[in-house]
Design a protein around this ligand. Sequence first.
Ligand code: IVH
Length: 680
Amino acid sequence: MAQANPSPGKVPEEARKRAEELRRLIEHHNYRYYVLDSPEITDAEYDRLFRELEELEKRYPELRTPTSPTQKVGAPPAEKFEPVRHSLPMLSLSNAMDEREFLEFDERVRKMLRISGPVDYVAEPKLDGVAVELVYLRGELVVGSTRGDGITGENVTNNIKTIRSVPLRLRPAADLPERLEVRGEVILGREAFRKLNEERARTGEPLFANPRNAAAGSLRQLDPRITAQRPLDIFCHSPGLIEGGPKLESQWEFLEAIRRWGLKTNPLNRRCRGAEPVLRYHAEMERKREELPYDVDGIVVKVDRFDLQRRLGEISRSPRWAIAYKFKAHQGITRIVDIVPSVGRTGVVTPVAQLEPVQVGGVTISSASLHNMDEIERKDIRIGDTVIVERAGDVIPQVARVLVEKRTGKEKKFRMPETCPVCGAPVVREPGEAAYRCLGASCPAQLRERIRHFASKRAMDIDGLGEKLVSQLVETGLVRDVADLYTLRKEDLVRLERMADKSAQNLLDAIARSKRPTLARFIHALGIPQVGEHMAEVLAEHFGSVERLADASEEELLSIHGVGPETAKEIRAFFSAPQNRALLRKLRERGVVPQAEAPRAKAGRLAGKTFVITGTLSIPREKAIELIEREGGRVTSSVSKNTDYVLVGTDPGSKLEKARKLGIPTIDEAEWRRLLGEKA
Ligand code: IVH
């Protein structure tokens, strides 16, 4: 008779032993198959082992451990994902778009490290997937989380557990760390993606735009059993916090160690001595790109030695010791059906090509910015032309070139309209500029775009302010500037077309929630020309408040690393305009108060002091910068009246003269050491 009832409490020792033996065997074969890609047994033999374990666990449920290979089929659905704070922030990478930018990176690295010869790098494929962190305690997987904002992610442990190539237990080894945090990329192969979309098309579900989105959607499934059906894969690529275990000195040693411990790393990773081999690796991977079973959008180049990585440090959430060196954009061929002028938030009128929809690298493209008239003339783009389109950095579609041989003679040249297609105000080309601008001070198109930008995810993050709604708010006159969002009332909203009570309330809640943005997001949201997300972070960190930024002189702006003359000018122009000052006041009065991020060290002996360094010191310059910053000070690259001290080493440059001219105190290294609080 079949055993209907499991018999609790009475697990024969033999069954217990066999279960553990089966687990080790299955884990071993998983490792051979998923990590080493060299299986030792057939699928049928593997299935036999697996079924035997399943049956044993069914008969004796006490034998079922949370890390048993049978637990990969998916836990019951969750209601939501809990937040998980990463022990160490998950950084992002800055990009090099071409060889020159990569060589500049190499140059920077060697300069900062004062290395004249080649630096050892590790080059890895840059997988286009979803970043996750795995936490193993004494070899057992305890948490798997998404990157989130880099500080806090979502707990998707039960979903991650379903990924075949993620071991629930690491391989037994004498040198396993007590705590091992590993970051990696969860991906869905191109073939699996195609099948998944085919299936969804059949069942009438919306299609995923590309494998990355499909992987992200699968990982954020509340029902792990659905995730389990998607053949997700992982490649582990970087360390988080590691406690105990061997002393790992480099990225390469790290990759070798985690592979030994059972984690999947990319076999295409390569150690390169200096920039030359990296360039060759890049070319090789770009050639191989289409043959790989998964999407890769470039390579990641990392300084190999950890001590050098530490010396290089990081800047605004990206390490200085690594870079993403992108591949050339994906291309496709299509036809320009029309060219239409589009008015942006700063009034710039951009010609946009309307295309016959075309698939480029898994994404459908139906329009592409032509940037400005100069571009159109330079590339001789006409309405009706057959063109090659590409996704630059794989995001924004571009027209790369015209296939002139396909011309029929019916193509038409585009002419910029003399008046704004939206508000009718004159459109003029400013002298010396490529751009045409709509002069309408209250042009609804500009306002619309400003609001859309203000509310966007990476700015104030106001959910629910879609394109249609923003148009309605502008057309009805309910919103004349972004500050008006904060006085919207429910009774105004429900009068709008297609606005139910509930969605009106949701929108008001989302607006209310946006009143405490970080300073960086707020600065980004203002939409100052030239000030994107990254620049906003730099400015927020430097100034600590909008008021200080608004009052900054062009000279002080220019002294900030990364701020060029054009950006400084735009920032000055923005804050000099009375209507922008009024807008800031209005926002403040309506309760929008940006929160300054806690500066690294407000306290400290050098708090609030700005230094400029010139000449050679007895220690590497980046070390000196670190010491100053650790004490709450700041280091800028050029001398201005806002500089407190110029630290002078041997062979000082023109900065010393400038300091003398401006009467800025100059100090030598010994004096500086005293300021740092070191004893002579
Ligand atoms: S290293 C600070 N290695 O690219 C080190 N990242 O913009 C950052 N990525 O979020 C991660 N392949 O998820 C690293 N071989 C690789 C990678 C890789 C893809 C992703 C990663 C990160 C993003 C960086």
